[in-house]
Design a protein around this ligand. Structure first.
Ligand code: AMP
Length: 214
């Protein structure tokens, strides 16, 4: 299964992609995670990307397209993968078509996570992440964001992502509507696009996602 989870920041794409990975074993290819890891390692690409990410803007297409082209050639992508946060522009979607064609692969499904902006602001501003293990927390919905042991690490270091600050959230939503929403239009006539209500609880959204994939 080659799947794209498409939707605004905070719509739960990452959470659902992680659940699918745990259930089905398809790797989650998150360009946001790849870029944050490049920043943490202090690479040239990471430094370049950081200036865009801190402003809530998109990193140039050429950078993220290169990352995905390399990643989908890795052996663990052989029996499918979940694209989370890519493509975010129509040129990225076109580049993906070419990359898949070149490696003899085919996109199966695109699932669009639909949810109102007001709810996204609430979710993103309360979101916290452990920068050691990637576990997610929420100040309102839980689990409780405080240093605590997790499955793999003795202590989590819970932080707010720098782009989850209020002024950056507004910019990211603007960017989504202008540059990423048209990607759904790109897939509309392929027969692969399904839309789900992402405003529900994570369990309900997972149910809708599984139905969309059936
Ligand atoms: P995310 O973790 O998916 O919310 O992405 C965080 C940030 O990384 C975005 O606001 C962008 O600055 C950058 N980013 C992630 N994926 C892409 C992409 N496909 N194209 C351009 N920028 C991206």
């Amino acid at each position: 299964m080659i799947l794209i989870v498409l939707g605004p920041p905070g719509s739960g794409k990452g959470t659902q992609a992680k659940r699918l990975t745990a259930e089905k074993g398809w790797p989650q290819l998150s360009t946001g995670d790849m870029l944050r890891s490049a920043i943490a390692q202090g690479t040239k690409l990471g430094l370049e990307a950081k200036t865009f990410m801190d402003r809530g803007e998109l990193v140039p297409d050429s950078v993220v397209i290169g990352l995905i082209q390399d990643r989908i050639r890795q052996p663990d992508c052989g029996s499918g993968f979940i694209l989370d946060g890519f493509p975010r522009t129509v040129p990225q979607a076109k580049a993906l078509d070419l990359a898949l064609e070149a490696s003899g692969k085919k996109l199966d499904k695109v699932v669009l996570f639909e949810i109102k902006d007001e709810e996204l602001v609430r979710r993103l501003s309360g979101r916290r992440t452990c920068d050691v293990c990637g576990q997610m927390f929420h100040v309102e919905f839980g689990p409780i964001p405080k240093p605590q042991p997790c499955e793999r690490y003795p202590v989590c270091n819970v932080v707010q992502r720098s782009d989850d600050k209020p002024e950056v959230i507004t910019k990211r939503l603007q960017v989504y509507h202008q540059q990423t929403a048209p990607v759904a239009g790109y897939y509309k006539n392929t027969g692969k696009l399904k839309t789900i209500n992402a405003a529900e609880s994570p369990d309900k959204v997972q149910e809708s996602l599984n139905k969309a994939l059936a």
